[in-house]
Design a protein around this ligand. Structure first.
Ligand code: NAD
Ligand code: TYD
Length: 344
């Protein structure tokens, strides 16, 4: 079995590559990644010498490159993690989100049609459903919830989902889609909430909480996402969408306070800053379908996952310190420099 994993030098794709190489000793894993600001070969350092692993640097929207890769390697399964993934960056500059997330997915689908495939799996997000109100804890996203994306990021992911489903209906391409809630764990780029707050707390820098910190996210430990994708590519029904989530809702303020408590840092580090435009209020997944059909369930409770994650960032300081000392500093200044801060 040959599996093409796109975006494998990023957070979730990198965890998936490690997970698959550990689990299967007869699968070849080929990673195609453009190594954008979010991708790092250090994430894959442990597997670079593995004879079952091949890394190819390249853009999923580069048709010639993708076609020649398919012609040479003939992958059986494609798992598409490659994406521009950060909402705040999409608000700053949407164009690259359209190119990678929509056009790139289109090129991969065309390659699958042209060269044949056993399964194309699109890694999507619960953000395609838009958001839920804060005062209706009884409401959850199901696979039937209409797409109602809010940000340029989530609308580009929703567009890609529609394209994937169109290739199923029109060309009978064997596709599946997963829509997962917010992930956390090792190798997450420090622009995202949890690693950003861990890094700032460790450096005694202010922790910038958007608005009042009341927005709710449904957190899933990244390895639980990997087990779900593994099940879907092997046992999921073609043409189907599967929501992935573990009923683990927390307000942002709760998450930030947990991190400060675990690190023994004071809450005075919390600073409330200007809210994100169009900020989604609450995400909450109903995972009943994947539980019922594929027997998936998450293994890692939040308290355990957050401790493991904090330990990973403590044990791997050079991985994220390299990142925050480079180009990322300019991003941080642009994003947070003029945001106006008030202490908790
Ligand atoms: P990430 O930003 O950490 O990694 C993205 C990877 O894709 C990077 O290695 C980057 O170099 C690569 N990439 C970007 N553009 C590319 C291109 N044009 N061609 C080839 N490679 C390219 O993202 P992530 O958090 O690991 O997310 C992975 C996928 O999971 C995304 O599709 C995202 O929408 C989805 N998702 C993420 C979350 C989450 O909480 N992070 C939750 C649900 C779904
Ligand atoms: P993020 O990690 O960007 O994921 P997403 O927007 O895709 O859910 O943000 C998670 C939540 O944390 C979101 O409600 C925005 C909030 N947030 C902050 O309050 N401060 C920050 O500095 C960041 C990056 C996010």
């Amino acid at each position: 079995m040959i599996i093409l994993v796109t975006g494998g030098a990023g957070f979730i794709g990198g965890n998936f590559v490690h997970y698959m190489l550990k689990k299967y000793d007869n699968y070849r894993i080929i990673c195609l990644d453009a190594l954008t600001y979010a991708g790092s070969l250090e994430t894959l350092a442990d597997v670079m010498d593995n004879p079952l692993f091949t890394f190819i640097k390249g853009d999923i929207a580069d048709r010639d490159l993708v076609y020649s890769l398919f012609e040479r390697e003939h992958p059986d399964i494609v798992v598409n993690f490659a994406a521009e993934s950060h909402v705040d960056r999409s608000i700053e500059d949407p164009g690259i989100f359209l190119r990678t997330n929509i056009m790139g997915t289109g090129v991969l689908l065309d390659a699958c049609r042209k060269y044949g495939i056993r399964r194309f799996h699109q890694v999507s997000t619960d953000e395609v459903y838009g958001d839920l109100p804060l005062d209706r804890p009884d409401l959850f996203f199901t696979e039937e919830t209409p797409l109602h994306a809010s940000s340029p990021y989530s609308s580009s992911k929703a567009a890609a989902d529609l394209l994937v489903l169109a290739y199923y209906r029109t060309y009978k391409l064997p596709v599946t889609i997963s829509r997962c809630s917010n992930n956390y764990g090792a190798y997450q780029f420090p622009e995202k909430l949890i690693p950003l707050m861990i890094a700032n707390a460790l450096n005694d820098k202010p922790l910038p909480v958007y608005g009042k910190g009341e927005n709710v996210r449904d957190w899933l430990y990244v390895e639980d996402h990997c087990t779900a994708v593994d099940l879907i590519i092997h046992k999921g029904r073609e043409g189907e969408v599967y929501n992935i989530g573990g009923h683990n809702e927390r307000t942002n303020l709760e998450v930030v306070r947990t991190i400060l408590r675990e690190l023994g840092k004071p809450e005075s580090l919390i600073q409330f800053v200007k809210d994100r435009p169009g900020h989604d209020l609450r995400y909450a997944i109903d995972p009943a379908k994947i539980q019922r059909e594929l027997g998936w369930k998450p293994e890692t409770p939040f308290d355990e996952g957050i401790r493991k994650t904090i330990k990973w960032y403590l044990d791997n300081r050079s991985w994220w310190e390299n990142i925050i000392s480079g180009e990322y500093m300019h991003y941080y200044e642009r994003m947070y420099g003029n945001r106006g801060m008030s202490t908790a």
